[in-house]
Write a protein that binds this ligand. Structure first.
Ligand code: NAD
Length: 451
């Protein structure tokens, strides 16, 4: 831990030197980050193949490509993000100039999970860099090849006083969050999120918590069923269901179910092959513990598609489970795997009143053409973010903030929201010395006449 304390001190000294404050410095670091990813592309593909069996295509679309877009977006807009924001003032403030300065916090700690080990570590770092902070990154220990590669890439690219990696498990992470850093950005489970917040309170360190939960997809009878099936299959089985915003379960109108099942089976075959377990590009479950946890759910409800496993590879076929109830174990926790339980409804109002009783999920997806029903769902239910007639895609728009609410987290990022998350908003009022309005002072004539 002495090493970590030393690192934090070095980063704080570097931050206090003021070097990170200029536009030129931040722009240069973002460019360095992009060049680093380009230089190491083949090692990154290899690392994610080793850790999760991610294909090149999946790594490009969900990890690298996402980061390139975020970096380019930040580079394009950084100057305007950094400008002071002028605001109006009431009449009582005549003669003043009022504005908001975006000020970096200082030394930031980013703790990331294993499911998108590259993207979820570096997307917050883009916000931290753009806002002028230093970064200490603690990647997940479960994707150890990628974790090792982070150390190699970051050492080769950045001064450790500015951007450093601390590899390690839960114990190391626990030590890190006890340190007096200036901001903690955590992505992971809700349970660990609570621990992080408790620890951060010791130093009143501000936190962003990007957590998980059970994100529903509701499919009404007026949905474009074939398209809905394709988008759900893609959203659920990308990364073998190990996506924080994957549809955790389906709520399907009873009349739409037979057609939806037929279409989903068709798309599982077309996207992952007739034998997904033999598909070289199908993602594995991250480790044996998670594999065993998921395998136990296969007895819930009845299997209408899939259900096979490969214990040697920790791999589970895309699986649809019908006739599941809220009492089944699979409905008691976030699934985070390629198992899709299905609940059935006949009235949308019933779905809404049931979901209102649940923890607020990170995402919600509604499929249906009727705009009044769409509005009802959006108005009545609280969730981090989501889509009408699609899954996952909202998070790839840098103009939309990404984050949870309630049990699924607090705070957001992506695009300017990342910059804002890592900036303290400092309010400034510049007063005139040309005159002085007496209203606020005791015994002033105006103040007396008001009484
Ligand atoms: P996790 O909470 O177990 O671990 C996340 C990170 O926290 C890891 O780096 C780990 O080393 C560290 N950690 C673990 N215990 C800790 C402790 N006691 N104190 C300090 N640090 C600790 O999560 P995971 O299994 O890596 O990821 C899966 C979870 O993350 C799911 O719940 C998923 O929904 C969520 N998630 C959320 C998002 C999002 O953007 N909201 C994205 C991906 C994953």
């Amino acid at each position: 831990m002495e090493r970590v304390q030393g690192l934090i001190k070095e980063q704080r000294d570097f931050f206090l030197s003021g070097e990170t404050l200029t536009y030129a410095f931040r722009k240069q670091q973002l460019k360095k980050l992009k060049a680093m990813l380009k230089n190491y592309e083949s090692q990154i593909y290899q690392a994610l193949k080793t850790d999760l069996n991610k294909s090149k295509h999946e790594t490009l679309t969900t990890e690298l490509g996402f980061l390139y877009t975020e970096i380019d977006f930040a580079l394009k807009n950084l100057k305007s993000w950094m400008e002071d924001e002028k605001v109006d003032a009431p009449l009582t403030h005549k003669g003043t100039k009022n504005y908001i300065m975006s000020e970096p916090y200082g030394v930031t700690l980013i703790i990331s999970p294993w499911n998108y080990p590259l993207q979820l570590a570096l997307a917050p770092a883009i916000g931290a860099i753009a806002a002028g902070n230093t970064v200490i990154l603690k990647p997940s220990e479960f994707t150890e090849t990628m974790s090792g590669l982070f150390t190699e890439m970051i050492i080769a690219t950045f001064d450790h006083r500015y951007f450093a990696v601390v590899e390690g498990d839960k114990a190391i992470s626990e030590q890190l969050v006890k340190q007096p850093v200036d901001y903690i950005f955590f992505t992971g489970s809700s349970n660990v999120g609570k621990i992080i917040m408790r620890q951060a309170s010791e130093h009143l360190t501000p936190v962003t918590l990007e957590l998980g939960g059970k994100s529903p997809a509701i499919i009404n009878q007026d949905a474009e069923i074939d398209l809905a099936a394709k988008r759900i299959v893609w959203g659920k089985f990308t990364n073998a269901g190990q996506t924080c915003v994957a549809p955790d379960y389906l709520y399907v109108h009873e009349k739409a179910k037979p057609k939806l099942f037929k279409a989903m089976k068709k798309y599982i075959k077309s996207l992952y092959g007739k034998k997904p377990l033999k598909n070289e590009d199908y993602v594995h479950i991250v480790n044996e513990n998670h594999f065993n946890r998921l395998q136990a759910f296969l007895t819930n409800g009845i299997i209408v598609h899939g259900g096979s496993v490969n214990t040697d590879k920790n791999s589970i076929e895309p699986t649809i489970l019908d006739k599941v109830t809220w009492e089944d174990p699979i409905m008691q926790e976030e699934i985070f795997g390629p198992l899709l339980p299905v609940l059935t409804f006949s009235k949308l109002d019933d779905v809404i009143s049931t979901l209102k009783q649940m923890d607020k999920p990170l995402a919600l997806y509604y499929f249906g053409e009727n705009e009044r029903d769409q509005e009802t769902v959006l108005q009545q239910l609280s969730f981090g973010g989501g889509c009408i007639n699609d899954t996952l895609y909202h998070l790839a728009n840098p103009n939309l903030p990404f984050g949870g609410v309630g049990n699924s987290g607090m705070g957001g990022y992506h695009g300017k929201y990342g910059f804002d998350t890592f900036s303290h908003k400092k309010s400034i009022m510049k007063q005139t010395t040309k005159f002085d309005i007496p209203l606020r002072y005791p015994r002033s004539k105006i103040a007396h006449s008001l009484v």
